[in-house]
Structures are given as structure tokens and as C-alpha cells.
Ligand binder design. Sequence first.
Ligand code: NAP
Length: 294
Amino acid sequence: MADIIEGKTLSQSILADVAARAAAAAAALGRKPSLAIINYYEDSPSAVYVKRKLSACAKAGIETHLIMPEESKGRDHFFGLLRELGADNAVDAIMVERPLPKGFDAPEAWELLDPAKDPDALSTLNMGRLFLAKTWKEIAEGGFFVPCTALAVVKIMKHAGIDPAGKEIAVVGRSAIVGRPAAHMLTCLDATVTLCHSRTRDINAVLKRAEIIVTAIGKALWLKPDMIGPGATVIDVGTNLGPDGKMCGDADSAALAGTAGRITPVPGGVGPVTLACLLEAAVTAAERRAREIK
Ligand code: NAP
């Protein structure tokens, strides 16, 4: 049976540290650290994650401002919001939830997002700094923000005692916020990474030889036992609704149990660690602001 790499213990330890740091930042700022969340769609899957963020922030002593703009106000209104929140001294961090209305998810928006208030590294500056780094040391010590989900992938591996150095890793999914940054971070950790996507020819051959598979495609129960090599580690980033209406990953974990060596569950794997990484980055932004106003 595959070992389960759960994310709860790690996320709880990150969140305990976040709460202590939030209290210290509050004392220095004269107010709680604050995170603004822009979410366009109340009925999208992101609404569930927004609720979790609000609740986790309340527990950790981070104030939240949930902004739900009307799509009909248009792209310029969104751009204006990013400018306003960037200039607002009472806001330390800004999270923009996807999906966004058509045409809003554009480089012009990510140029406007203040990099100092960008805990999920959506801004072009943070993203650019990440991709300029060649080593993990440059990432860890660079002082810029990185995409939380990709960071959670690295943290959950390290927590499970997995050293990516020298390993053959297949990352499936090439989105700007998950697949590509995860592949880059793992490359900086000296893994040999193959980045797969929907046009990858003979993806099963790539997956079969991978010692570690990171899957982030958003397709329920897609990864099956005949696609992986025996003993492979599966890090499942996907969060999907399964045929039974319950949340599930990209990996068919029940079927993979006899083939995979280790697997992260969904829910309870990468997700909680991603959330903890977001709060950690929001507090980092607040701490930096507190140092600036001293
Ligand atoms: P996305 O932007 O939709 O990207 C999906 C990627 O998967 C694309 O690169 C696509 O390839 C690739 N893909 C789709 N079907 C494929 C197939 N059959 N074989 C190989 N590649 C395939 O998704 P995302 O935003 O990265 O999110 C991916 C998943 O992670 C979703 O389930 C999302 O909910 C989840 N997620 C979880 C967390 C967390 O904290 N756990 C955080 C963020 C996202 P092409 O580029 O060729 O189209």
C-alpha cells in the first residue's frame, strides 16, 4: 500500500508560526496584518477556497477585506482596484482569485499589482525574479514572493523527507501559477524535470520513467496505475469534483494505492499547505511594511 503524505501537520506548524508572527507584526504596525482578496465569482470553485482563506486568516490574526467587483464594471475598474489597493497603507497583501472575467488575466494587470503586496507572485516582477533564479538558494534568499501552490509542492516533499536532487520528475500541467513555477523550483533543486501538458506526445512513457509525478491538470481521477512506474511518488495538486460529487485529485488514489510508493491525498495534501504558504507570505509582506514605517 502506498504511504500517504498528508499536509495537515505541516500546514498546522506553518500556521502556528504565522499566528505568532502576525501578533508581532500587529504590535509593530498598530493594526493587524491585512490581506485584500478580489473574487469575481461567488459560485466558482474559488469561492470555497476564499471561505477557507477568510477563516484561516481570522484564526491567525490577519484581517481580511473581501472585494467582489461586478464583472460588468469592466477591466479598467479591475485595474483601478489594483492601483488603489497598492496605494492603500492599510493593505499589506493582495490576492486575486481566478477565474477572472475574460481579458482581465493579462500582463497589464500583473504589471499593476504591487510586487511588495503580492503573496502569490502574480506580479511580473515576482514571477520574473523567480524565473531568473538558477538555484534554490537564490529563490529562498531572494526576498521576492513565489507562487504558493508551487512552493507548497516543494515544502510537502521536503517535509516527507524527499530530496528532489538528481531525481527524474514529471510535472503535468504548464500553468503560470502551478505547473511552470513548480517545474522551475524543482529544477533549481537539481531535479531533472520533464514538463508535460495536453500536447505531450506519449505522456505515459514520460510518466512511467518518473520517480516523482507532480500532477496539476484539473481532471478528476485522471492518473491511473498503468500510467506510472512501480513505487513512484505522486504529488497531487488537482482539486476537482469527482463523479460522486466529492472533492478529489487528478490521481485516482484508491486505484494507485497498490502501485505508487507515496501519494498526497486530496483533500488534505497540497491544499492546506498552499493555504498556509499564502498566509505566511501575507505576514511577510506585513512585517516588511512594519520595518519600512519604523
Ligand atoms: P490550468 O491553468 O487549467 O492548467 C491545466 C494544465 O493541465 C494545462 O497546462 C493543460 O495543458 C494541462 N492538461 C490538461 N489536460 C491534460 C491532459 N489530459 N494531459 C496532460 N496535461 C493536461 O490549471 P491550474 O490553474 O494550473 O490548476 C490545475 C489544478 O490544480 C486544478 O485542479 C486546480 O483546481 C488545482 N489547484 C490546486 C491548488 C491547491 O492548493 N491544491 C492550487 C491551485 C490550483 P495545455 O497547456 O496544453 O492546455
